[in-house]
Design a protein around this ligand. Structure first.
Ligand SMILES: [Zn+2]
Length: 235
């Protein structure tokens, strides 16, 4: 038969574990939210980078356009000059320049066509990337609002959990409570009150001396494991 003190201690241990669990969950939430916000930021940056790649290609295309126009103007100038020259050599020299300019324009137009194809591809991939990443961002935002909702729930639960701990502690005498607090601090991880089965502590699984085994049935005093320090009760 469990003695009343042990029963009350087990109740306190349960309330304590419940409160600790809520506190741990609450502690983790801000970090989880920060990490999720960082992921959203990364997604937004990736979307911006894809759009930027399109813009850079458009700048290249505009530059090529300008180069083509200036080459065309140069070619037109040579043609006008050609109308004015009288010597055959001068005419031939200008003809050479004109044909060089035509080659240059043709090369520039090829490059521009290449860039236009690149723009098409970049626009498509930026669009699909944006859609995909916006989907992820939506999921991540849902996650954040869920965690915020959990925080509100946990905060509400924490108050009643603390009250439960206080009520459970009020059932105990000062000395037993002190022993429990001491064991809790020392053992760090629950359980702090364990059964003694076949002379073995259920906390550390080590065998206790006969003296401890004998003490456990004596009323009025808590018995602790000589190895791990946990409070023992007879199973
Ligand atoms: Zn032990």
């Amino acid at each position: 038969m469990l003695d009343t003190v042990i029963e009350n201690l087990l109740a306190l241990q349960e309330c304590d574990a419940h409160r600790d669990n809520i506190e741990n969950q609450l502690e983790r939430i801000p970090l989880e939210i920060t990490r999720t916000e960082e992921k959203i930021q990364q997604e937004l940056e990736a979307i911006a980078a894809a759009k930027n790649a399109v813009m850079e290609l458009e700048v290249r295309r505009k530059d090529l356009d300008i180069e083509i126009k200036s080459a065309e103007e140069q070619a037109a100038k040579y043609k006008n000059q050609q109308l004015l020259v009288k010597k055959n050599e001068e005419y031939a020299a200008l003809q050479h320049e004109i044909s060089g300019m035509a080659d240059k324009i043709s090369d520039l137009e090829d490059s521009e066509l290449g860039v236009m194809i690149e723009i098409d591809d970049a626009v498509k991939s930026a669009k699909s990337e944006e859609e995909e990443r916006n989907g992820s961002i939506g999921d991540l935002r849902t996650l954040i609002s869920k965690r915020e909702q959990h925080r509100t729930e946990f905060e509400a639960q924490l108050e009643s959990a603390i009250n439960a701990v206080n009520s459970a502690a009020a059932e105990l005498d000062e000395k037993s409570l002190q022993v429990y607090q001491y064991v809790k601090k020392k053992a760090k991880r629950p359980p702090f009150i364990v059964a003694l089965e076949n002379q073995k502590c259920n906390g550390c699984h080590l065998r206790v001396p006969n003296e401890i085994q004998g003490n456990i049935h004596k009323k009025g005093e808590l018995t602790r494991c000589n190895s791990c320090g946990r409070i023992l009760y007879s199973a």
